[in-house]
Write a protein that binds this ligand. Structure first.
Ligand code: PMP
Length: 374
């Protein structure tokens, strides 16, 4: 097992409680490790930013990251792992380009801004259907099974497992009709809990929440679906080519992959995804309790049955109170709590690297603020 650094008093005092929705907090031991290895990675006399992506050092980094990801998620051998660029947003386009044959239609479940974004990109390139939507109630919940109108002929069924902006999350994945692959944008809850990868045709996630720095996007895809990739695609949009070249067709985002590899090692050392899920549940419960016990002072956006464990969204009685909350929170070292501009209010993102002590500090602040202003 790798050795992880320990926090020193000065480092903990200068670091804020980071509730940013993404890029989000990274584990402190990972940052310390990056710093320690920065000038001389593994005796190479270089940083990872300066070495060939074809070197034995980098081969070990990317293979190690893939192995740790496979181990953590239990990724079956019949699924390929890709480390790509372009963010989750590029996957909105690459997925239909590769997996929706000419003339076929794909199903989308709309649960927020990002699933709408995925639909829009897919619409530019071919046929889509909306299988269910919670837009009528401002995306405050995940549609129920009975609300789904699924196309048994769809090229795939796409959903967004966690809605970063609205603060809702699927508790278990939707069930597609037999033979229809399930495709998931897991950007904001990837690695926050165990996942049955075998149920999915494709999973993609931008790294910058639970996995690492921005710049790398992970795609996990069932290998038989790679045969759907049409011949004419530009190289960097072609899943099959990228899988054949094990993500090294061109220069990959090497430093981001390296840091992601360290985060994966940290997650393993912290007990894997079941342990991460337990920590995340405990953290979210603290904030939701502060909302529920506030007598209506704090109002959660998400319907209680659809609440996200990653992004807790809530409002205060007035815009003025929300502004005061943000200012005073920042004075206490609580950062990144402003809600997304499209919904307003407040949002606390509780990604894996955010420690329970930061969430304790937020819950305490919420109780104090309500006492003074309620
Ligand atoms: N999907 C989800 C669920 C997201 O939260 C985000 C970013 N916050 C995106 C997609 C877009 O990701 P990127 O900026 O990596 O393209």
């Amino acid at each position: 097992m790798r050795q992880w650094g320990t926090m020193t008093a000065t480092q903990t005092t200068v670091r804020v409680h980071n509730f940013s929705a993404g890029p989000g907090a990274l584990p402190l031991p990972v940052l310390e490790r990056v710093r320690a290895d920065l000038l001389n990675h593994a005796g190479s006399g270089m940083s990872v930013m300066e070495m060939s992506h074809r070197s034995a050092w980098f081969e070990e980094i990317i293979q190690g990251a893939e192995n740790d990801l496979r181990g953590l998620l239990g990724i079956p051998a019949d699924h390929a792992v890709l480390f790509l660029q372009g963010g989750a947003t590029l996957q909105f386009a690459m997925l239909p380009m590769n997996l929706r044959p000419a003339g076929a239609s794909a199903d989308y479940i709309l649960t927020g801004h990002w699933s709408q974004g995925a639909l829009k990109e897919a619409e530019k390139l071919g046929r889509v259907r909306v299988a269910a939507s919670s837009e009528a109630t401002q995306f405050d919940r995940i549609p129920s099974g009975e609300e789904m109108r699924l196309d048994p002929q769809a090229a795939y069924l796409h959903f967004t497992s966690n809605n970063t902006i609205y603060g809702t999350q699927w508790s278990s994945e939707p069930v597609p009709p037999p033979g229809v692959p399930l495709a998931c944008d897991a950007s904001s809850d990837f690695l926050s809990r165990p996942l049955e990868v075998g149920k999915y045709g494709a999973i993609y996630a931008g790294a910058q929440k639970n996995l690492g720095p921005a710049g790398v996007t992970v795609v996990v895809i069932r290998r038989d679906l790679l045969s759907r990739t049409p011949a004419h695609l530009p190289a960097l949009l072609d899943y099959r080519l990228l899988a054949e070249h094990k993500s090294l067709y061109n220069t990959p985002p090497a430093f981001a992959i390296y840091v992601a590899g360290l985060v994966l090692g940290w997650l393993r050392a912290e007990g894997g995804l079941s342990a991460a899920a337990r920590r995340n549940e405990a953290k979210a419960a603290l904030v939701y309790r502060a909302i529920d016990e506030s007598g209506g002072f704090y109002r959660g956006h998400a319907h209680p049955t659809s609440r996200s464990r990653m992004n807790v969204t809530f409002r205060l009685p007035s815009a003025q109170a929300e502004k005061a909350f943000l200012t005073q929170a920042a004075e206490e070292g609580l950062e990144g709590l402003k809600g997304h501009r499209s919904v307003g209010g407040l949002r606390a993102s509780l990604y894996n690297a955010l420690p329970l002590s930061s969430v304790d500090a937020l819950a305490q602040f919420m109780a104090d603020f309500r006492r003074k202003n309620g």
